[in-house]
Design a protein around this ligand. Structure first.
Ligand code: 5GP
Length: 174
């Protein structure tokens, strides 16, 4: 078991996710949206977020993997599972759990832009700007957090803790 400290409570998360959904609904009013979740860490956030988006929308998922099994991104990313549909001419909203070095989002943005969407925006649940290696800014972000390794609300440590309703900082691993 790991020692953990709550960083974001269930209530804080609920409130913020609702705000994000409302903001996205306003910005895309009158349009349709293709919400693209990046597996696996986004499945909880995405499920809550889309229920606050009042627009016709579709959902698709992409699964990426960075080389190496460390907690630090190596900068090399590859597609493990691609989208099931073309995105040309669509309003695409990429949903990512957390932006850290920025390598993953930079890569996703580049491959998506090559497919000629009508528009492309990024929604992240968490942002750790202190660790950024490449400049990337999300259009919508839930919370900006300090440089700690966090779990819960979809985020894992060795595939554990994704089901926690809060976001917790992992302090020590026993
Ligand atoms: P980046 O390419 O921006 O460095 O990394 C983004 C990915 O690293 C996220 O999608 C996530 O899978 C993982 N990651 C970065 N920071 C954390 C963290 O604090 N906790 C967890 N569980 N994953 C993280």
């Amino acid at each position: 078991m790991a020692d953990m400290r709550v960083l974001l409570s269930e209530e804080q998360i609920k409130e913020r996710v609702k705000e994000l959904g409302n903001e996205i609904s306003r910005d895309f009013a009158g349009e349709e949206l293709l919400v693209v979740g990046v597996l696996k860490g986004t499945f909880v956030f995405l499920a809550d977020l889309i229920r606050h988006i009042d627009l016709p929308l579709q959902v698709d998922f992409i699964d990426l993997s960075s080389y190496g099994l460390t907690t630090e991104s190596s900068g090399e990313v590859r597609i493990m599972k691609d989208l099931e549909q073309p995105i040309e001419g669509k309003n695409v909203l990429i949903v990512e759990d957390i932006v850290d070095t920025g390598y993953t989002l930079k890569y996703i943005k580049e491959i998506m832009l090559r497919r000629n969407p009508r528009s492309l925006r990024i929604c992240t649940f968490l942002d750790k700007p202190d660790r950024r290696k490449v400049p990337i800014v999300s259009d919508y972000n839930g919370f900006t957090i300090p440089d700690h390794f966090v779990v819960g609300y979809g985020l894992d440590y060795a595939e554990q803790y994704r089901h926690l309703p809060q976001v917790c900082i992992v302090e020590t691993v026993n």
